[in-house]
Design a protein around this ligand. Sequence first.
Ligand SMILES: [Zn+2]
Ligand SMILES: [Zn+2]
Length: 318
Amino acid sequence: MRCSRCDREAEIVLRYAKMSLCRDHFVEYINRRVRKVLEKAFSSGIPKRVASCVSGGKDSMVMLTILHDLSKEMGFDLVALYVDVGIDALASSRRVVESYCSELGIDLYIVDVGKALGSSVELLASKSRRDVCSVCGLVKRYVFNVFGVEKGFAIATGHHLDDVVSFTLKYVIFGGYHPLKPSSIIPAVPGASPRIRPLMKISEREVLAYALIRNVPYARNVCPYARQNPVNELMKYVFNVIEKKHPGAKLSFINRLEKEYENDLGKLRSSLCKHCGMMAQKEVCAFCSITLKAFGEAKGSQIRDLVRNLEPVKNGDG
Ligand SMILES: [Zn+2]
Ligand SMILES: [Zn+2]
């Protein structure tokens, strides 16, 4: 089959877009879609200083690759941000991130949460009687937000279409906590940094194809604490069945919800944590609350001090 844009052999068929693309045109197509998100973000007042949060996994490493291309084309500052949560099995992920940032010439900030807390997230989880995966997520979200606020960056995370679609469907059906609001641009509010999800309209399949085509390095080891959430898996399965019958269903679902969500953005209410001054849903933020429970002391301010004084591993020209 031929590429829809040139005479070369097509490498990937995108049924939702009614296109088949060769390698180069696929890369160009994905980059252009991410570029649109950034153009919209910057024109709505998001700072042209982007911190790309990387875990070493496929999704975030693909995001970093695309943002690196676009930072040159569009002229915005790009740094990478890695949160070391002190889990030994993830040491190889950190090495993959370090070597790729050095290869691309991107300054890398590493926040060593284990050192700052004097404890790994494993200990924090066991002391607060919660599972490691959810505590790790909470800690990372907190650190990302602190980084954005202290250093004046927009925070970019690598969630893709299938993540957002499955979390959103789960929330629509079952309610509960919804960490992934269906919006690719979330402006700053007091105590919270602006956020971007450059890959929110890109499917998991496209992210994987992009990683293969561009030869993006990523850590293949799965975190020993990662658990398959049966409800999330079911949501992904359901959506894949629908998508097969109706190509484009995932995108149209998320596009519609994003419009509704954007209309509600102005109504978001939150307060500031009385211990650390970051955004909180209650009097005390989730991070201060869990550290208070585990160590008898709210440690948010310590993380803020650490991040404020943090220097990057310099890989860039500057
Ligand atoms: Zn082509
Ligand atoms: Zn706090």
